[in-house]
Design a protein around this ligand. Sequence first.
Ligand code: XLS
Ligand code: NI
Ligand code: NI
Length: 437
Amino acid sequence: MAEFFPDIPKIEYAGPKSKNPLAFKHYDPDEVVEGQKLKDLLRFSVAYWHTFRGTGTDPFGAATLSRPWDDGSNSVDNALRRVDVAFEFITKLGAPFYCFHDRDVAPEGDSLKATNQIFDTIAKRLKEKQKQTGVKLLWGTANLFSHPRFMHGAATSCNAEVFAFAAAQVKKAIEVTHELGGSNYVFWGGREGYHNLYNTDMKRELDHLATFMHMAHEHAKSIGFKGQFLFEPKPKEPTKHQYDFDAATCLNFIGRNGLDGIVKLNIETNHATLAGHTMMHELETARIHNALGSIDANTGDMLLGWDTDQFPTDIYGTTQCMLVILKQKGLKPGGINFDAKVRRESFDPVDLFYAHIGGMDAFARGAKIAARMRKDGVLDGFVKNRYRSFDSGIGKKIDKRSVGFAELEKYMLDKGEAAGNESGRQEFLENIINDYL
Ligand code: XLS
Ligand code: NI
Ligand code: NI
């Protein structure tokens, strides 16, 4: 079988002292952290779209990336060859999972029927390759944003024909995800949002989105797909007002539309930044609502205001992510997907390896640092103690709701003033965190 990365060996763990750029320094898949092997805790996934379909184009310039195996065509042969490339890459990297949109793996045909046939052909090859290599599908999704038919949205389009097309496409994408043993199915809003209320019935569009998700869930049930549905928040791009703005907005949508427990969240670092939040805030918002399903680990650039989809390299950031993720003992059935692309200047195939190795090492380090902090009870003890006034006395009564405003007024009239404030010690805690890095 042809090798597409002939000069690249299987990437191994070589330890922190290694100077080999094609080895892991921190990600040892079998190292145990908080009772789990790192490979099971982190569940890394390669994103098919950026890694095997990315060309390096940007709004100002043409493709730059050198991908000798790709003839640039939309042929089925080219798509099949990409599958072989993908599985050689993922296997050499040692990532246990991958993710795709339907249109990343399989091009569109002349009709929906032809498109579905092409998708089946590719899915067959994907299935063979999964079996051969042991690589699994973390999640599947449908591309409901690239084709011109989705100009007004997909599930939130003003055009019922487009809603129907999107439904047919998602039906097929769920079926293929099921056939390939996918653990999750993702809804990212894509063009679900609007630019201007002069032409938009927001209520009707949101109702349609809820209808769409219920229909997807009903279909999944009918075919026996047990994977987790995930909604991916993102505040901007491509529309000005995306309906899946941030974790809180998505949770509100889920809760108000009877989708609690059916749909969880796929939280992306870059999207958190665009929403004006930290990733830690978004993760914790999802977690406390029992909705932290999976993450897209790509980060943005603090100086650029769009989804730059960079590989995570900031250990401070990955530590913060892992502090939250470890609280719920990992993300399973979700994982850490690199929805990230190499810069257009990094055009060699080997750059794909450097990028993923760096991201995996950054998360492995974050996991180990966070675990040490948790073992020493650095934050937990502090936080628990900070709220101790609610563990007894009047605080306990408030938590139990056994008092109301009248009792609290009497309590304070008797005391005259609230006592007991203590320092929040933010800088003290920030210093301790730096000690662990
Ligand atoms: C785009 C999104 C997208 C989703 C999958 O910004 O991150 O890539 O993860 O549709
Ligand atoms: Ni994403
Ligand atoms: Ni994104």
